[in-house]
Design a protein around this ligand. Structure first.
Ligand code: ZN
Length: 273
């Protein structure tokens, strides 16, 4: 083999290696882009003819009023679908957002706010507050508050403890930060909640059963529900249509000096948006 032949061989080998590397890089990037696309393309909701024929929402009305509350979000897998349904059905809701998810998906937080829902604080990393020191409790709440304020330009006024588990240190921090909480929810039935993945029929049944006047209904748009079958989300348009047919209207959670008898004594009320 001549020197030139050897040089040509080395050159073809190099060319081959570069091409191989290029293909690997493209396919590696493609895998990531694919994953990102799948994540961003969670289920979406298309308004029905009945949704499009809804008259514009009116403020106060005489029937029972309930608040749909969504915890642990936002998530790209569930929040867009929830927001699509709420927009199509003209239903306002209250979102108790988790700080670390807020920091990861500020665009979804902005969409929640832009579409007229209430943005509230659910702590930074879903801690069990009884295990936190008073300093840790205050840091968890304050950090979430600051992140939400930076993204929305509005400081939240409501806080819900993760797992509904308060602590004296947490309560002291809420008082210092001027937040109302913990905001609880109505849980009068023994039915499984959405986080237990019981399916669309069972979650619809749970929502409809809990929906007495002033009920704050506990639902989720992230956390455990991300692992439920995607068609469980059918509960949301179904439950809204069922309740509306019964004369129920939808409000949002607001601070109140009077403890709520149907929501475990929460100092909060369901008011028209
Ligand atoms: Zn939670």
């Amino acid at each position: 083999m001549s020197f030139d032949d050897r040089r040509r061989n080395v050159r073809s080998l190099l060319f081959f290696l570069v091409a191989l590397l290029g293909t690997a890089v493209v396919s590696f990037a493609g895998t990531f882009a694919g994953a990102a696309d799948r994540e961003q393309n969670g289920r979406r909701y298309t308004p029905t003819a009945a949704d499009r024929a809804l008259p514009p929402a009116v403020g106060a009305s005489p029937g029972p009023r309930v608040a749909l509350t969504f915890d642990d979000g936002p998530s790209p897998q569930v929040t867009p679908f929830v927001l699509d349904v709420l927009a199509a059905k003209q239903v306002p809701a209250t979102f108790f957002l988790q700080g670390e998810h807020v920091a990861a998906h500020p665009d979804l937080v902005r969409r929640i706010q832009a579409e007229g829902h209430v943005v509230a604080n659910h702590g930074w990393e879903h801690s069990w507050f009884p295990d936190l020191t008073p300093e840790e409790a205050e840091d968890d709440i304050r950090r979430t508050d600051d992140e939400l304020t930076e993204i929305t330009g509005v400081r939240p006024v409501l806080f819900r403890y993760p797992f509904g588990q308060p602590s004296p240190g947490g309560d002291a921090a809420l008082a210092r930060l001027g937040l109302t909480g913990g905001v609880h929810w109505r849980w009068a039935s023994d039915r499984p909640g959405d986080f237990q993945c019981p399916g669309a029929g069972a979650v619809t049944d749970y929502v409809v059963t809990e929906a007495v006047d002033q009920a704050m209904i506990l639902l989720h748009d992230a956390g455990d529900v991300v692992g439920c079958a995607p068609d469980q989300l059918d509960y949301l348009p179904r439950a809204i249509d069922t309740l509306r047919a019964r004369g129920v209207t939808f409000g949002v959670v607001a601070p109140s000096p009077v403890p709520s008898t149907v929501n475990a004594g929460s100092r909060a009320a369901v008011v028209p948006r």
